[in-house]
Structures are given as C-alpha cells and as structure tokens.
Design a protein around this ligand. Structure first.
Ligand SMILES: Cc1cc2nc3c(=O)[nH]c(=O)nc-3n(C[C@H](O)[C@H](O)[C@H](O)COP(=O)(O)OP(=O)(O)OC[C@H]3O[C@@H](n4cnc5c(N)ncnc54)[C@H](O)[C@@H]3O)c2cc1C
Length: 420
C-alpha cells in the first residue's frame, strides 16, 4: 500500500505532524491500540508557554537547570520561541485553556518553575488538547487512521527508509505500507516497567527497531521517575498525582505527619527525598496532603484526581493520600536533528520517542507536550520541502517482535553502566 507519509503513533506528536503536512499528501497514521490509548490523553498538569520576553531568561534557565545543563541550548531556544504560536494554533483548533473572568489565560506553576507559565484545562489538559487534534485530523480528507495495528519493522534497503511493516492486531496479518517519508511517533517506554504512569502498550518499539538497523539512539538511560503517583497494590498503570497539586500548595508528609522536603524542587530531587523518607519510615509510600490548597481550588482545578482518589477509597478533602514514585517520562530516544530527522534518510522521529536534547537529563514539568508539538511541526515542514517521489527499491523487514523489550532494556542497562 502506498502513501506519501506514514506516521506511526496517534498521540500529539503523530497528529500534529499530520496537520502540518501539505494538504494534498496521502497520509497514514497507525496506532498500536485504540486512538485514545496514548499518553497524550493522560497529560494532567498542562503545557508551558513563554509569556513574553520578560520571562525568556527565567524559563530558559529553569529548563536548563532541571535538565542538569545537559540540554541542547538551540533546541530549548527553538521550543520557547515557538510556544506562543503553538498555543494560538491549539486555541484555533478549539482547545479551551482556563481563563479568568476577563478572558485572559490563567497560568499555573509546577516543580522547578520559578513562576507560573503553564496553561491548563482542569486536570485533563492532555485529553482536551489531543481530542481536539484527533477531531481535526479525522476531518482531514487526506488522512487514514488505522488503530490496533502494530509496526513490526521499518521497510529499508539498509540505507534509507521506505515505510513500515505492520501487523493487524486482530488477524495477525502483516502489511507493508510504503512511503517516501516515515515518522516514528511511538511515545515513551513505560510499558517496560512494573510501576509506570504510561499506557502499558508503550514499550519503545521504535527504539528496538532502530537498534536492529544501527540507527543511533541517545541518552537511553535518562528516564524520569515521577515523585507522586497514587500508591496501589493493583497491577497496571499508576495514576499520576500531578505536580501542579504541589505547585498549588499540597505538602509531602512522613509517617509522623511532618513535612520532610521542599515539594517544588526538580522531579529527580523530590523523588530521591521521597525514597529516602520511605526507607527511614519503613513504608511503601509517603503521604501527600492536598488540604492546604483549599476545598474550592481542589474542586475546580483537580476534579479528575478527586474522583480517582474517591474510587480508591480516599477523601482528599479530609485526609492525606499515599503516594509513591513511578516511571513517568523518557528524556532519551532516537537521536534526531533540529528538523526531527534520524540518522537514516527518509526516517523522522518526534515526541517522546525522539531525543533532540530539549530536556537534557531531566525534563522540566509541562515541557513535553510543547516539545512534541514544536518538533512535530518542524518534521512536517521539512517533509513538505522534500520530494514525494517513491523510489522503486526492494526492501526487507523482520516480523518478529518477541525480542523488542529485551533489546531496549539491555541497551538501557548498557548505557547506565557506561555512565557509572
Ligand atoms: C500520566 C501522565 C501525565 C502527563 N502530564 C503531562 C503534562 O501535564 N504536561 C506535559 O507536557 N506532559 C505530560 N506528560 C507527558 C506527555 O503526555 C507525553 O510526553 C506526550 O503526550 C507524548 O506524546 P507522543 O505523541 O510522543 O506519544 P503518545 O501520546 O504516548 O502516543 C504514542 C502513540 O504511539 C503508538 N505506538 C506505540 N508503539 C507502536 C507500534 N509499535 N505500532 C503502532 N503504534 C505504536 C501508540 O499506540 C500511541 O498512539 C504526561 C504523561 C503521563 C503518562
């Protein structure tokens, strides 16, 4: 089957790429599970925006400091400067960010941000953004969306990429989708971990495929652990208690009810403090007290969290809730240039599966939706400038995905040991 562009992944990265490709391109978007089973739907806290020139230096510095100064400065600059345009595009798509009575944006704050610069929609900003993007893409006459279809390999002659081979999850049938340009937008790697906030289907398949084909990855051991997810003995995805809860005043307390850390330090620092406290207390969790936020603000800003806690038997208005760190975000990924191109010609990577260096060693809260959108758009514009002629070359692929998880985990371990 021939297309002009094949995009693997239907989160914000994949959808925004499709939206910025030329309108006459025939586009295919694959998704491993249903179209709403992407981490983009789960984002709670919000999306950053550079509020004006007055905030440039501080926002830049906050991003760098959170990333331990290992960030790519040019990528950070690109992201900050593109942010207002991206937000305008989202608003044009119908995304409703919280506004005050005069109609001005309301900004919230999360850990390691020195000032409020995060736009949000209640505590389900990702769902608000992604459902609008999905609606828009569904209305585009040139895009075919194919859910429940798993990429098993890229099509390549060993030098360039000419599409993907993918398996229909129901029938098991493998089909080759050929295209002169392919975009990997397959998200994070949480499915490799026992405790993660991510969808279980996100297992770093693109990374395994790139490793098989010798396409370089970067910083695969840069994995962010979120300090506060709701403690549960159940298996499966962990429920995130967004950082903006702490940004609005919630405090972390130990077994005896005493506050033990500054809740707004970068995520890795707070995670470390919680782990040490759990050890001291000999407990599988610490507790988060949301009551300092105030009932009204809790109700209007965090309705999803209130509901989920209720389902698990906790009343956030009356008691602290148990929280524990869990795998949350992947800063590393497929190495890409500033137009999101991988080392293999005709192959791009965007969103969490890619690494353009924006986040350095640790992501600043609410920078990832923005980063995905900014660099997805750059990939689309770059593809739009290239020829869409599909050369007639014979390609091969492998259908075995059994080893994917093992391949990625081994690479992470290798990189971790290299860093030690
Ligand atoms: C609980 C939670 C809260 C978050 N909160 C925030 C926040 O407040 N602000 C913020 O900026 N970021 C937040 N993030 C991070 C952010 O949501 C993600 O980084 C971002 O949405 C990633 O987008 P993406 O398009 O790269 O991947 P995703 O949205 O995860 O999409 C990945 C897509 O790839 C598909 N896929 C994967 N493998 C295959 C395969 N082999 N074949 C076919 N398809 C495949 C999946 O089916 C899916 O459609 C949060 C993340 C989580 C988990």
């Amino acid at each position: 089957m021939n297309y002009d562009v094949v995009i693997v992944g239907a989160g914000v990265g994949g959808l925004f790429t499709a939206m910025h490709l030329p309108a006459d391109y025939k586009i295919l978007i694959l998704s491993k599970e249903g179209l709403r089973s992407s981490d983009s739907f789960l984002a709670q806290g919000g999306i950053c925006m550079l509020r004006g020139d007055f905030d440039y230096e501080e926002y830049f510095e906050d991003t760098m400091r959170a990333g331990h100064y290992e960030n790519d400065r040019t990528s950070v600059d690109t992201m900050l400067r593109a942010s207002q345009e991206i937000i305008s595009e989202l608003v044009e798509c119908g995304v409703r960010f919280t506004r005050d009575e005069k109609g001005n944006f309301v900004f919230t704050r999360e850990g390691a941000h020195r000032s409020p610069r995060i736009l949000y929609h209640e505590d389900c900003t990702g769902k608000e953004i992604t459902s609008h993007l999905l609606r828009k893409v569904k209305r585009m006459g040139n895009v075919t969306l194919l859910p429940h279809t798993t990429m098993v390999d890229i099509l390549t002659d060993g030098k360039e990429c000419y599409g993907v081979a993918a398996r229909d999850n129901k029938t098991g049938k493998i089909t080759c989708y050929r295209a002169p340009h392919t975009v990997l937008a397959t998200g994070g790697i949480g499915g490799l971990f026992r405790h993660s906030t991510n969808f279980r289907c996100l297992t770093g398949d693109s990374l395994a495929i790139c490793l098989r084909h010798g396409i370089p990855l970067k910083h695969v051991d840069y994995i962010q652990i979120h300090p506060t997810t709701l403690y549960s003995k159940k298996r499966g995805r962990r429920f995130l208690i967004s950082e903006s809860v702490r940004g609005e005043g919630a405090i972390l307390i130990d077994k005896a009810g005493n506050r033990f850390t500054d809740e707004l330090r970068p995520r890795d620092v707070v995670t470390q403090a919680i782990r040490e406290q759990m050890k001291k207390d000999d407990m599988p969790y610490v507790r988060l007290d949301m009551r300092p936020i105030g009932r009204e603000e809790i109700q209007s800003h965090f309705p999803t969290i209130v509901k989920k806690c209720e389902e698990e038997g906790y009343n956030v208005f009356e008691e602290p809730i148990p929280v524990v760190p869990a795998q949350h975000y992947f800063m590393g990924g497929i190495a890409v240039d500033r137009d999101s191109m991988t080392a293999m010609p005709r192959l791009y990577a965007v969103g969490e599966t890619s690494c353009n260096g924006v986040h350095g060693r640790n992501r600043l809260a609410s920078n990832s939706l923005l980063e995905s959108l900014v660099f997805a758009k750059k990939a689309a514009l770059k593809i739009g400038r290239e020829s869409k002629e599909l050369p007639d070359v014979s390609c091969s692929y492998e259908r075995d995905t059994e080893q994917f998880k093992k391949i990625v985990l081994e690479e992470i371990e290798k990189e971790r040991q290299r860093h030690e």
